[in-house]
Write a protein that binds this ligand. Structure first.
Ligand code: FAD
Length: 504
């Protein structure tokens, strides 16, 4: 039976479906070709918000498969989405057309069922201890690389949670606990293999297709499907990680520490100290202020540098001296079931951080949570106070990633279960960062970047934001060059998700 694939009602016939099946080493599934239950399982996303009802799911196993899918989609005018770790906060790995899924979920994933695990095959990992490089397939999640690297005494810079796909995280920039010392994920990317919109496979590195290499480092999934990434790795020892929770009445005291943390505490630590302020709710309790203390070094140094936080008298502490992957595996450890829909919005706040703005945002977050009661109870308010000096030391035109600020990042991270709350959750997240943006504008607070001196601080971290923001504020002065690249590599606008850059 022919299936409808295009929004214009276009169809593909049984013969065309068979031709695609025959061309691929991996499996391809068509809606109505398998049971509804199995098909739904194929569509599942780690972040279940924004799951669209794709008509085709291709579980590619090789670069040739990726190329065949692209050519097929182009020939039949089918919208495509590339699915990596399926974490996207704004559905950029979902479509009603064809999902090219090259991911595998980690073995201990709290998300997809077992039969979801071994279908996605582009996940080979190679560790080269001698050259301190780590290579992983475009379908890997961070933990796939982090764990074998750690066994060799090495680490790679990925995000705070090791279930995130390296595909989306890397092409969007990538910030994590090790960023203070080693920069963004893209600052450690040495090369990638990329299947382009014409189906051709190319290498992107400083030596080959340098312009593409520039574009995929922060330009997201605008230029092609990365089938493999090679990263610089670093010697890694044990870390100190602790979550400190305070009584609700300590909120102002916590916020008053922010500038001290930044000025006095980041200097001697040289990027090792990566703290975050959080508002989190212990099960069944109201949201409490807290700090996440990460230190890439010995406990005594960590405790010394974090002393002002400890001296506020946390009511609870959790964590200790841990291997790095235990820190990034914390989400899996907490094994929270349900609440699989995530929506986020973020904004940069320059130092010295305006405490009234932060408190205003916290108040709005608390009001939003109270309005929905238990439904938003697992949402989190984050003020990322990590040391971004290393990130900002790279010119904002050196890669497509423009937001190289030392500023703090305020993140409203909503988490919920009920599909009917999708719209509300996103609106609540946006309204909190919009409030911060308005205040910043009103008070004419600006961020400094190495390159253009002063810059309007309406920007945000695109990996953890709503997806609806203007591309001008994502890419800043890099946008004209990105448009030229889009003309060169994807003139037909095949890759039109994740802050899509219209080539025309
Ligand atoms: C709980 C949680 C924690 C997070 N923590 C962090 C963090 O600490 N640091 C941080 O930087 N970000 C963080 N993020 C954001 C995350 O990096 C982005 O959502 C990222 O896009 C996810 O990548 P993915 O491959 O898992 O997602 P997907 O939804 O599969 O993909 C996201 C985008 O990347 C594209 N993409 C995926 N794989 C490839 C590939 N191989 N080639 C080309 N394009 C590809 C997709 O097409 C899509 O546009 C977090 C997100 C969540 C939900």
């Amino acid at each position: 039976m022919a299936i409808k694939v295009g929004s214009d009602g276009s169809t593909i016939s049984d013969a065309e479906k068979q031709a695609l099946k025959a061309a691929l080493r991996g499996d391809v599934h068509f809606r109505a070709g398998v049971s509804t239950e199995d098909y739904d399982q194929l569509l599942r996303r780690w972040n279940e918000a924004f799951t669209e009802q794709a008509n085709i799911v291709a579980l590619v196993e090789s670069e040739q498969d990726v190329s065949e899918c692209i050519k097929f989609a182009k020939e039949h005018d089918i919208d495509i989405a590339v699915a990596g770790g399926r974490h996207s906060y704004h559905g950029s790995s979902s479509t009603t057309g064809m999902v090219i899924g090259e991911i595998k979920q980690p073995q201990n994933s709290t998300r997809c069922a077992d039969d979801c695990q071994d279908l996605r095959k582009l996940n080979k990992v190679t560790i080269d201890k001698a050259s301190k490089t780590v290579t992983g397939g475009g379908g890997c999640v961070a933990g796939d690389l982090e764990k074998p690297a750690e066994a060799e005494g090495l680490s790679v810079v990925f995000g705070a949670i090791n279930e995130t796909g390296i595909g989306g995280l890397t092409t969007g920039g990538g910030a994590g606990w090790l960023t203070g010392r080693h920069g963004l994920t893209i600052d450690n990317l040495l090369a990638a293999r990329v299947v382009l919109a014409n189906g051709e496979l190319v290498i992107a590195s400083e030596q080959e297709n340098e312009d593409l290499f520039w574009g995929i480092r922060g330009g997201g999934s605008n230029f092609g499907i990365c089938t493999e990434f090679t990263f610089r790795a670093h010697d890694q020892g044990l870390c100190f990680f602790q979550m400190l929770t305070f009584a609700p009445d300590k909120l102002k005291d916590c916020i008053s520490l922010i500038d001290k943390i930044h000025t006095n505490m980041t200097e001697p630590a040289n990027g090792r100290f990566q703290p975050m302020f959080v508002m989190m709710a212990p099960p069944g309790k109201p949201h409490c202020p807290g700090f996440m203390v990460f230190y890439d070094g010995p406990e005594e140094e960590a405790r010394k540098i974090a002393e002002p936080m400890y001296s506020l008298g946390p009511v609870n502490t959790m964590g200790g001296v841990w291997p790095y992957t235990q820190v990034t595996g914390i989400y899996g450890m907490m094994k929270m079931q349900g609440f699989d829909r995530w929506g986020s919005s973020s904004v940069h706040l320059d130092y010295p951080v305006n405490q009234a703005i932060v408190l205003g945002c916290v108040a709005r977050f608390q009001e939003a949570v109270q309005r929905q009661g238990a439904d938003f109870a697992h949402s989190t308010f984050i003020l990322d106070l990590r040391d971004y000096r290393k990130v900002a030391s790279v010119s904002s035109s050196a890669t497509a990633y423009a937001g190289r600020y030392t500023a703090a990042i305020l993140i409203a991270d909503f988490r919920w279960d009920k599909p009917e709350l999708d719209k509300t959750a996103r609106e609540e997240a946006k309204s909190i960062t919009n409030y911060a943006k308005e205040q910043v504008k009103e008070q004419r607070i600006f961020a400094k970047t190495q390159e253009d001196g002063q810059r309007d601080l309406s920007s945000f971290y695109p990996n953890v934001s709503a997806g609806t923001e203007k591309i001008e504020s994502v890419f800043g002065s890099n946008l004209p060059r990105l448009k030229e690249l889009k003309q060169k590599y994807d003139r037909d606008f095949l890759f039109n998700k994740w802050y899509p850059i219209d080539p025309n």
